[in-house]
Each structure stands twice: as C-alpha cells, then as structure tokens.
Ligand binder design. Structure first.
Ligand code: CA
Ligand code: CA
Ligand code: CA
Ligand code: CA
Ligand code: CA
Ligand code: CA
Length: 410
C-alpha cells in the first residue's frame, strides 16, 4: 500500500468515525554530519540557516542559534560541523538568510534573527573571506509585539524589497521592511501587523510565489500573502495542514523551511515536533509538501541514528533549514539541517542530512535540483535585482506563467 493510499484511508476512516486513524508511513533517513554542541546546556539550540558561499561551495556555513538568556548568540559551523565562531548578542531564537542586500555601494548577504532579550530584529552580514559575522543593524530594531519568537525573511520577487516577519506567543505577527540607510547600516520600519491565532513560531517565506507560511503550534500551518498589502482575514489565508487526525503534523508545529527547485518545483517542510502530543505516530518527524498550488502533501520522514558514524537520532526538533545548492563535497546534492532537542553526550546541536537521502527515501523520488542560484530569487544566474529581466523567464513555461500571474494580480 502506498503512503498516499494509507492517508486516504485514514481520512475516510476518520470521517466515518468507525476506525482508528492510520497515519502515513514515516520514511527514514540518517544524518552524515552533526555540529558541535551549542555553548549552553538545556533547551538552547533553536534554529539554523545555511549560507551558501558565493564562489567556493565548500566554504558554505551553517549558522545556528543559542537562546541562552544571558550569553546567547550565533554559532557558525563549517560543513564538517565544527564551530568556527560564536557571536554573543542575546537570546537568539529563529534565524534566516537572504542574499545581495543593497547596502550603500555594495551588496551584502544578510543574516537576521529574532532577539528575545530585547525583542528586536538583529541583522548581521558574513564576510566571504573570513566567514565572520558583523552586526550591521543601524540601531536596536525594537519590534512592537510581546516577544521576538518566530522569525523569517522575505525578498519580494516583484519589488525586490526585503522584509522580516516576526511573531510572538500570542500569534501576533509583524512585517518589517528592511533597508540600507545612508551610513550603510540596515534599518527597518513596520509595514503590516496581524493576528494569526494562538501560539505561533516557525515561519518561512516563498520569495517567488509571494507567500509566508506561519506555524500555529497547536493547530497547523497557515499560508498568507507575503506582500505588505495582502489581506490577512480568514478568507485570505489557507490552512495548509493540521494537527488534527486529518493532517500530518503532531503538535507542536515548529520550524518551517523551503527547498527550492526549478520553476514551481520544490517543497515546504515542517517540523512535526510532537512535544505537545506525546504518543502521536508523527512525533519527531518532518512533513513535506509541494511548494506550488495547494501544497499537496508528499511525505513524513524522520532522522534516525547513524550507527556507522555515531550520530544519534533527531528528536523534539525546533528549527530546520534546507538549501538546494550543492554545498561542497560533503553535500553535493543539497543539504537539510535540523535542530536536535536531545544530543547524546552533550548540549543540543544540529544534525545535517544530505538532501539526496531525503529525496530518494520515497518513490517516486523528490526533486534534486542543484542548479538554482540562491543569490537569484528567480533561480537563474545573471538575474539583476530590481530588473525583471528576461533571463528569469526562460527556464520553464510554469515559471513564466507564474511571473505573468504575479504581475497581473499583485
Ligand atoms: Ca526546544
Ligand atoms: Ca515553539
Ligand atoms: Ca512548544
Ligand atoms: Ca523554537
Ligand atoms: Ca538526538
Ligand atoms: Ca551526538
């Protein structure tokens, strides 16, 4: 029986109310790398992002958060998992990256974080030569909601503007536009705020499709328009998947990430953490959906222990990150990173999985597409920010349609 069939049966059974719910088969992968433990003990590691080096993929890094109250910060790991640096800055929670941010006469890559110590948006850049982080915030960018809990970045395909989304434990969401000021620092102003429901955290934006996905931890994954003038009422948001018996998520819904493939292909991935639903069969798994259309459900997978390499299994995951780019010889077909809530023998850390192991766990396989340039929001090299140039449109008919629709409806 295919996983899809099992789910269909479970939905029917649930609807008719006479049979126990049968959940989807959970596919299994293992990590090939784990990072050094974060500096602080307890529930401190939270989220990670993957920065792809502009010229040498082997020099790409994983940047993880440590949410210690007094000495939290950001750890930079090379692709073997070794901690290269730790930058203190506060109770750093969720983190995201975007490329080619215009700052004065140059373009920099920005790494931005929700800082729970002072409820602000922290902004750093990374030097491709030293791979060290530098704080480039113009000031302490205080947010207007209770706590900088969930966080993600969004670069609008249409306008090329950069935005930060931040949310708190009351489900309040704010969107901030980031800009480079005259001193070549990053400042921001609030462009939108709305209420997504109960406790929210994990967020990710789809830059091409113009959506932001928001995890309501007890409920599921919401999909909103990511442009600041998009409506946020119930009629204009979609529940992509739920924690109830018709869904594929064990509450809490935690980290969200996107794997981009060519055109409209690729996946939305969610941490089905399960801390709030012990015994649920989808605890400690990751749910995969298509990016395009109605986010069709694809599968759940878990990261089992890798006995050969002595890497323990992944459980109780908060943040996750994926990148489709080839990042060096260790991850030649893409990379997936998951926070591990319980790291055998040490403080929490991040486990790293080769994308092809996830892609080939299920048949038919998921897409493996290393051709996408993460520095181009349209996915092709040669794209100039601010210029809706035709290079962007030649790759696939789907993408061309998408772009046309975007322009027509936005
Ligand atoms: Ca946790
Ligand atoms: Ca949470
Ligand atoms: Ca929780
Ligand atoms: Ca978290
Ligand atoms: Ca573990
Ligand atoms: Ca370990």
């Amino acid at each position: 029986m295919t996983a899809k069939t099992i789910i269909l049966l479970s939905v029917l059974a649930g609807a008719l109310g006479f049979a126990p719910v049968v959940y989807a088969e959970v596919f299994e992968v293992t990590a090939t790398v784990e990072t050094d433990p974060v500096p602080h003990a307890g529930d401190r590691a939270d989220d990670a992002t993957i920065w792809v080096h502009p010229t040498d993929p082997n020099l790409s890094v994983i940047i993880g958060t440590d949410k210690d109250d007094s000495d939290g910060g950001l750890a930079v790991y090379d692709l073997t998992g070794r901690q290269m640096s730790f930058t203190t800055g506060g109770k750093m929670n969720n983190i995201d990256v975007r490329y080619n941010f215009p700052l004065g006469a140059r373009q920099v890559d920005i790494i931005a974080v929700g800082n729970r110590t002072n409820n602000s948006i922290a902004v750093y850049t990374i030097d491709p030569n030293t791979r060290e982080l530098t704080d480039i915030a113009a000031r302490t960018i205080f947010i207007g909601i209770e706590e900088a809990y969930g966080f993600c970045l969004y670069q609008s395909w249409q306008t090329n503007k950069y935005y930060a989304f931040v949310n708190d434990k009351n489900g309040e969401v704010e969107q901030w536009e980031l800009f480079g000021n005259r001193s070549s620092k990053v400042d921001a102003f609030r462009v939108r705020s709305f209420d997504a429901g109960g406790q929210t955290e994990g967020m990710v934006a789809d830059d091409q499709l113009g959506y932001v996905y928001i995890g309501e931890e007890d409920v599921g994954i919401w999909k909103y328009g990511a442009e600041p003038d998009d409506p946020t009422d119930d009629a204009n948001r979609v529940l992509v998947d739920t924690t109830d018996s018709s869904g594929h998520l064990a509450a809490d819904v935690e980290g969200l990430t996107i794997y981009y493939a060519n055109g409209l292909e690729g996946y939305l991935i969610a941490s089905s953490q399960g801390e709030g639903s012990p015994g649920h069969p989808l605890v400690d798994t990751f749910a995969v959906y298509r990016r395009a259309g109605d986010n069709e459900y694809v599968m759940n997978f878990k990261i089992a222990g890798n006995d050969t390499l002595g890497i323990d299994r992944v459980s109780n995951t908060d943040g996750i990150a994926a990148a489709s780019a080839a990042v060096g010889s260790a991850f030649p077909q893409g990379i997936f990173v998951a926070q591990d809530g319980s790291n055998t023998g040490g403080n929490q850390n991040f486990k790293v999985v080769r994308w092809e192991h996830i892609a080939t766990a299920i048949s038919p396989n998921l897409k493996i597409d290393t051709g996408r340039d993460p520095r181009s929001i349209c996915g092709k090299k040669g794209y100039l920010p601010g210029d809706l140039n035709k290079d962007c449109l030649v790759d696939s008919e789907d993408l061309q349609l998408l772009m046309e629709n975007w322009l027509a409806t936005r």
